[in-house]
Design a protein around this ligand. Structure first.
Ligand code: PMP
Ligand code: GLN
Length: 384
């Protein structure tokens, strides 16, 4: 069996969710919202199942969805995308990531990864024959350090996976960091695979800046989005890939032999959803921001050090001020077993030079759950 998959443990999300069930804990580990998602979008999907086309849709995605993606990104990010040549639909961002790596890199090519990194990246890079080079980001700001970037790039660099907004840190890279990365991409003739699944889940009036929109980067970026995050429907697995025609041609070849296509009814519903008025998108941010604020206030009151959360469903706490300097994995294990609250140790997202002092909580949950979790965590911190 291939050791890349045979030798890796089950994902931390699955592991913590299983522990949450075993200990009847409040699960703030795996990132999925309690909110069932907009009813009109779900109805559009149901209607499409009953009365619409249930056979293979076109390989590149339904034209109505590809047009909706281009229009949506024109509206929100001022991007000018040709839907016929530059937009493809995949079965989630995960397929888009796997396909991009398989299509773009050859064995021995180097791929720059920023850690903490979403857990799918490293095995996918390795299985595609890529050689990972890491740039380590550190709390509390998680910014790109130019010396580390310089050390990671080499003449063999073919691609970078760049996740912005960044899961699990809940941060948004400032323009300065995007420009810095852009200079290295140009200098090394490399492509950025931009995982922007969290592009709509931003707080404090921040605006998302897609890397592909920066001057000079239009031909060097693969922009990946996901309806799962935009509509709080994480099980839907409808991904969007945008790239210049020369890159897209190759991405389409990989897609045709991975999944070939994506359920047409969900595509129809997402096409409808992307056209919703700004109120929906801003309302989602407002509701999540209120949950974030409530949860952060509770944890702060419990004496914990809350790190800034500017995006995603997540909020991190810095464990280093706690007594006896416990590491995050041990702390999260005790938290789920004793306090009955599941969180994710951020060290699980590193492959080297681990930061072991940060725990991630998902706050996209009901007020009752958040308040209940805060009470349990406060008690644990006080007596634990
Ligand atoms: N990338 C990141 C950074 C994510 O957080 C997630 C899911 N939370 C994904 C990719 C996967 O997206 P999808 O479910 O559309 O495959
Ligand atoms: N992306 C989700 C998170 O960060 C989990 C996805 C998964 O379970 N694979 O929590």
């Amino acid at each position: 069996m291939n050791p890349i998959f045979a030798d890796i443990p089950t994902t931390i999300f699955e592991t913590m969710s299983r522990l949450a069930i075993q200990h009847q804990a409040i699960n703030l580990g795996q990132g999925f919202p309690d909110d069932p998602g907009p009813e009109d979008v779900r109805r559009a999907a149901a209607e499409a199942v009953l009365t619409g086309w249930n056979q293979y849709p076109p390989m590149m995605g339904l034209p109505e969805l590809r047009q909706a993606v281009a229009a949506h990104y024109r509206r929100f990010h001022a991007l000018d995308l040709d839907w016929e040549r530059e937009v493809m639909i995949t079965s989630g961002a995960t397929e888009a990531l796997a396909g991009s790596l398989l299509a773009l890199i050859e064995p021995g090519d180097e791929v720059v990864l920023f850690q903490p990194m979403y857990d799918a990246y490293l095995p996918l890079v390795k299985r595609a024959g890529g050689v990972p080079k890491f740039v380590t980001l550190r709390p509390p700001h998680w910014r790109i350090d130019e010396a580390a970037l310089k050390a990671a790039f080499s003449p063999k660099t073919k691609a970078v996976i760049f996740n912005n907004p960044l899961n699990p840190t809940a941060t948004v890279f400032p323009r300065e960091d995007l420009e810095l990365l852009g200079r290295y991409l140009e200098k090394h003739n490399a492509i950025a695979i931009c995982d922007e699944v969290w592009e709509h889940v931003l707080f404090d009036d921040l605006r998302h800046e897609p890397l592909i929109g920066l001057p000079g980067l239009r031909e060097r970026c693969v922009k990946i989005g996901s309806a799962g995050k935009i509509f709080s429907l994480t099980g839907w697995k409808v991904g969007f890939v945008c790239a210049a025609p020369a890159i897209m041609k190759v991405l389409a070849k990989a897609h045709q032999f991975i999944t070939f296509t994506t359920p047409p009814n969900l595509q129809t519903a997402v096409a409808y959803g992307l056209g919703k008025t700004d109120d929906y998108f801003l309302g989602m941010r407002r509701d999540l921001q209120a949950a974030r604020d409530r949860f952060a206030a509770g944890l702060t009151q419990a004496g914990l050090t809350v790190l800034p959360s500017r995006a995603t469903y997540f909020l991190n706490i810095d464990l280093s001020p706690l007594a006896n300097n416990i590491d995050d994995a041990a702390w999260c294990t005790r938290l789920v077993e004793e306090a009955k609250v599941a969180a994710i140790p951020v060290s699980a997202f590193y492959a080297a030079d681990h930061v072991r002092s940060v725990a991630r909580f998902c706050f996209a949950k009901s007020t009752d759950k958040l308040d209940g979790a805060v009470a349990r965590i406060a008690d644990f911190v006080k007596h634990g």
